[in-house]
Ligand binder design. Structure first.
Ligand code: GLU
Length: 586
């Protein structure tokens, strides 16, 4: 049983505590104690997942309801997305919120265009490539996360404000109100959040954050409330999205980051005032009879998934079974090749030249697919030379940790506009710093910690005002007539890429319904060996895959896939049975 948490900081910000906290935190981060893992999967009955007009699929029913209410009142998919996101930011506070960032992929049915609103966090103007190094030694990730160095300027509100200015039909204030009301009145503590709070040892180091979250568990009624967030939302509702970047909220953010126990607390008010979300063309490519559009850089998800599909197109995947070792081998090999290119070429497009067209060139991908031996894992998957580029020294990233600080939801409105929105604090509970009810992100740890690898500038080196590379992969599929087929995305750090690929292949190649495709066992290969989801049918393939030369790990893989597919004149949704979300519509 839990006991009441202390009301005073456990450790003060002095030299002694630094020496105690550091190793302690590294140890706890290494233990990866923050994901509660899966409970018994529950699949929503199909009748509840069908709609004629509009639909929302998200990680919590209250968020879905908020979105549906907006759609019933004639709102655009963007309006609904704002309401959904605000409610998720309250309920899924460890994963997402206005102290973080995200990408909103929008298919505008009237114009027939697909764009990405980029609300990725930015590094402060004072940031330098060695932000996460001291005397040439990389900071341990466990220390870098809860530090002043990790917090990027939050981009989510700016992004939503811009999308709303372009497409909104319902007032900004009305869209923030459901979340403000809920954060004030509260709702029964979601069991998943309870587990997360109880299992996250790192919260012990942050008295205010711990007190805030644990205090709610220990109360008599175990209700989740966040009146500070409600007040912040009401302020933003009244003053508009810019009010996060100027005035008292901006001042509170800068002050909180400056008071970080360690790291470079160099965020200034000017960094917030200068933040701009950006509208970018989605990255689109054909796959068999469809056109697929994903997030543009700094998301690596769009290019990496489209490369994988561009290679898979050279194999008869529709005739292969998802549970055959040959299929898993093939998906793993295209993934290794695509991740090699991802690590080598993708970063912030405003600072680095990214050869998007060359990376997606059909001849290039055919040549890459030709490297695959259907019977044997390749010795080493190297980056290629798209457009005849001379290969630089290979950039191998540090092993990517199992993050889950992200949420994805999908929306379809009555006019056929589609929104795929993935947002993130990076790690669960972000930097562990809380201000005005917001969890502040640790997104800057998505930059490379070693910018000196390779001959040129590392594409994902820290730089002033730069956006870190992301794996968030909102995706939209269209048919030959440009009509919507599917909208989907997931949480899961760099594993998102594998989760989304599996779902796309499930629907498009294997003819599964969106829910079945989401429920398929997860399989990921990020250049670190194949990861198979534990307690699933494909975990049994491990030995055969090892015989083909693969390293194989079996582990829990809690994706958070939420998607919607078109069926006839209506829609069918799918919500990840590994979480507690639902897909509903009218
Ligand atoms: N920060 C990650 C990214 O942008 C997402 C984190 C997660 O999903 O856990 O790729």
């Amino acid at each position: 049983m839990l006991t009441n948490g202390p009301t005073k900081p456990l450790l003060h910000n002095g030299p002694v505590s630094r020496w105690i906290i550091g190793p302690l935190f590294v140890l706890m981060a290494a233990c990866g104690a923050t994901d509660p893992g899966t409970t018994e999967p529950v699949t929503q009955p199909e009748a509840e997942r069908l709609a004629e007009r509009h639909m929302v699929s998200a990680a919590h029913p209250a968020a879905v309801e908020a979105g549906l209410e907006v759609l019933r009142n004639g709102g655009h998919a963007v309006d609904a997305a704002i309401a959904v996101q605000m409610v998720l930011g309250f309920i899924e506070a460890p994963e997402t919120g206005i102290g973080g960032g995200g990408f909103l992929l929008l298919h505008d049915a009237t114009r027939g265009t697909t764009h990405m609103y980029d609300g990725r966090e930015t590094a402060p103007a004072a940031a330098t490539p060695d932000r996460f190094r001291t005397f040439g030694i990389e900071h341990p990730l466990g220390l870098a996360i809860p530090s002043g160095s990790s917090v990027g300027v939050p981009g989510l509100i700016s992004m939503l404000g811009k999308a709303h200015a372009d497409h909104g039909r319902i007032s900004w204030a009305e869209l923030l109100e459901p979340a403000a009301r809920l954060a004030e009145s509260g709702l029964p503590m979601p069991p998943r959040l309870r587990q997360q709070i109880e299992s996250d040892w790192s919260l012990r180091l942050f008295a205010d954050t711990r007190q805030f979250f644990r205090g709610q568990l220990d109360g008599a009624d175990s209700t989740l409330r966040n009146p500070e967030l409600a007040a912040t939302l009401r302020h933003l509702a009244l003053e508009g999205p810019d009010a996060l970047y100027h005035g008292p909220v901006a001042e509170a953010i800068v002050e909180r980051v400056s008071s970080a126990r360690w790291g470079k607390a160099d965020m200034q008010l000017s960094d917030l005032a200068n933040y701009r979300s950006v509208v970018r063309d989605a990255v689109c490519a054909p796959y068999r009879e469809w056109t697929l559009c994903g997030g543009a850089p700094p998301s690596s998800g769009g290019i990496t998934i489209l490369q994988m599909l561009g290679m898979l197109e050279h194999f008869d995947l529709p005739q292969m079974s998802p549970e055959d070792p040959a299929t898993v081998h093939l998906i793993a090999e295209v993934s290794r090749l695509a991740f090699a290119d991802r690590n080598h070429y993708i970063g912030d497009p405003d600072s680095v030249e990214i050869p998007i067209e060359d990376l997606l060139d059909r001849d290039y991908l055919s040549q890459r697919a030709g490297l695959i031996n259907p019977l044997r894992a390749m010795e080493h998957a190297r980056p290629g030379e798209p457009g005849g580029r001379i290969e630089l020294t290979e950039l191998r990233p540090r092993s990517e940790p199992p993050e889950h600080g992200t949420s994805h939801f999908s929306v379809v409105d009555g006019d056929g506009n589609l929104v795929a929105l993935t947002s993130s604090n990076e790690a669960p509970f972000g930097s562990r710093m809380l201000v005005n009810g917001m969890v502040l992100n640790n997104q800057l740890t998505d930059f490379t910690f070693n910018p000196h690898l390779g001959q040129g500038a590392h594409p994902n080196a820290v730089g002033p005002g730069k956006r870190p590379r992301s794996s968030m992969s909102p995706f939209i599929v269209l048919d030959q007539a440009g009509e919507p087929v599917l909208v989907v995305g997931s949480r899961g750090g760099s594993r998102i890429i594998g989760y989304v690929l599996k779902t796309l292949v499930g629907v498009l190649d294997w003819g599964l319904d969106i829910q079945e495709a989401i429920a398929l066992p997860n399989l990921v290969e990020r250049g670190e060996g194949i990861e198979l989801e534990e307690n699933t049918s494909i975990a049994r393939l491990a030995d055969s895959l090892r015989e083909m030369g693969h390293e194989v790990k079996i582990l829990p893989m809690t994706s958070g896939l939420h998607g919607i597919e078109r069926i006839g004149n209506g829609w069918r949704g799918g919500a990840d049975p590994r979480l507690d979300g639902v897909a509903r519509g009218d």
